[in-house]
Design a protein around this ligand. Sequence first.
Ligand code: ADP
Ligand code: ZN
Ligand code: ZN
Length: 748
Amino acid sequence: MEKGKYANIIVDISHEKVDKPFQYKVPDALEGLLFAGSHVQIPFGSGNKLRKGYVLELTDEAEFPPERMKEIAGLVKDGVSVESDAIWLAAWMKKHYGSTMIAALKTVLPVKQTVKLKEKKKITTIATGEELISCLGECQRKHQYAKERVLKELLREPVLPYELVTKKLNVSPATLGSLERAGLIRIESENYYRNPVKLETSPEQRNTLSPMQEQIRDTFLNEYRQGIRKTYLLHGITGSGKTEVYLSMIEGVMKEGKQCIVLIPEIALTYQTLLRFYKRFGDRVSVMNSTLSKGEKYDQCERAKRGEIDIIIGPRSALFTPFPDLGLIIIDEEHEPSYKSESMPKYHARETALALAGHKGASLVLGSATPSLEAYQKAKEGEYHLFTLKERLTGGELPSVYTIDLCEELRAGNRSIFSRILQEKIRERLARKEQIMLFLNRRGYAGFVSCRSCGYVMKCPHCDVSLSQHMGGKMVCHYCGYETPQPKKCPSCSSPYILGFKAGTQQIEEQLLKYFPEARVLRMDADTTKTKGSYEEILSAFAQQEADILVGTQMIVKGHDFPEVTLVGILAADLSLNDSDYRCGERTFQLLTQAAGRAGRGQKEGEVVIQTYRPDHYSITWAAKQDYEAFFEEELLYRELAGYPPVSHMLAILVSAREEKAGFNLAGQIKQELKKLKEEASRQMLQIIGPAKARVSKINDNYRFVIYCKHSDYECLVEAKDAAEAFLDRTEHKYESVQFDFDPIDSY
Ligand code: ADP
Ligand code: ZN
Ligand code: ZN
């Protein structure tokens, strides 16, 4: 319950019309009964006709003379409504993350857009097994990979959702059409989502839960049925059966008549995972991902509201699915940075889910092989209930890990990017026809262009970043989209030796072809995955063993199961340790552990080679030993010493300005405001760092400055944000803007 004499109320709550709140007086009878989201009756317009509206916020500041203000007529007695929940959540986000109410509402409300309902189709096999096998043989001879992919799946699964095949298996409608004409399959436009008929897949071969899995499910469900709602953290290595546990939890919660939201990072929303959900829950489950249009997303939300579905699976924004009776939120891979929004409000799905679960009386289950420090610390302190799954259920042993010191390689005269051991192991695998993944730990890296004579680096004229080399002699800025042809001569010294440094993965691909000319290599990076679906295409091609080696950035460590991969090479494990960012140790550990988890998922034993210049850095040694607990202890100590989250909280205040000087001045003024807060006895410990130029000091011709605040109490940072906001409200800033980022995951 919040307090305030006046209430800002919106009459129409749709994504487009939230920008017109009206202020009303709170009558004595309703004092203390209203909160953001309350559904109320108000006299509206000149005729004072009663209309329904929602309270956005309560305030003591009248926007116009109170004697002219109308009073709220009363509460609407319609029980809980999903709109009311959405407004409540938006208000929470506004307060917690610092954004406008409108930005927060736009985040939680789906864009209203009518869609032509797309017919949902399914593919049914009508041929016999032998016919499928004989056709499969023919496709293999003719190298018809897409056909091969779908035939293999049909042999396992006689009925498949059409979209799953076209989007996730990357098989074109034309290919499916030709299979239909050949009399092998039937494509039925029956609407399997809307039709309450289950997808008639082969009966799901249910795994009997392992004793550990069963114990986790039973503990959870027993508590659930007793009405206990809390947060659980499921810590288990990849392949230890977490997803299986989620399925069983959801089943139990659905039996109680409640709905579930399952968040999975987009990159891990694979064919295999989705099929498991479809098979268990049929038409009660729906998927929300970035390939859906706004209209389709709106439609999904409407269906959730009407109770046509019980489970939604999707990335971060699926959290805002308006289920009337939400009972459980699951966040898989909870440590993933993609759960933090990059635009205002810069919310974290984990914290927001926790707030939503509290509001709705739902439980929250977090899962990860490498939990975030935030979650694991809470679990150790008993705030979250910790479940652990220790063993892999298939594919037996964990891989053996070799750590190679690259300095020593160099001393021994090996200048190649592959250590001698890695070369030997690649050769072995190629001979045995097993698969290999090579992984470059580098974020957002693309080739930059520089002069070999004077070292001049080509930069974007609008941003403080170097331009990246692209196909066709172009250079592109990844921050603002600026494009320009690559010059023939150095603009600084006129030397003709102005060249692009190849993006890391491309270079590795070339080197591989030099060292192992017989190898079939696939490359996955920002360049090869630009077009829609290409990501899935590369992964499914590799899964079907259309290549021996997959080279990529961290994208390749997620998702698909590749049972034939027996060797994983991490080419330069420490590139991310050079980041200025306090999370780089955690990130390195996570990436190495996950990459290592890709080796030996099948029956054959796996090996991992980690190449590094810092073989004794703790995030590398503990990852090599796959010892999360030890890493956690050491990393937490570092965070404690340096005052970083989760031990302390941080707020980044980012000032952007057209004029450099104006930006710097504004940042300085904000700092002065923050210092006033420090005068309060309980806020003395507030640390204010900066202002300083941001790491990327200019984007799109806007100069950027950053101030960091640190305090162990989150509320104190909220007060700091409020103080900064109040100052900004009092003063005019036409060409400057300010953003807040709580517990940022990237440094500015
Ligand atoms: P995670 O989500 O931890 O990666 P999964 O639930 O996907 O783990 O399980 C990994 C593999 O083990 C999957 O192929 C799954 O079908 C299988 N699996 C999970 N639980 C069991 C079980 N109780 N018995 C047999 N196989 C299981
Ligand atoms: Zn030059
Ligand atoms: Zn630019």
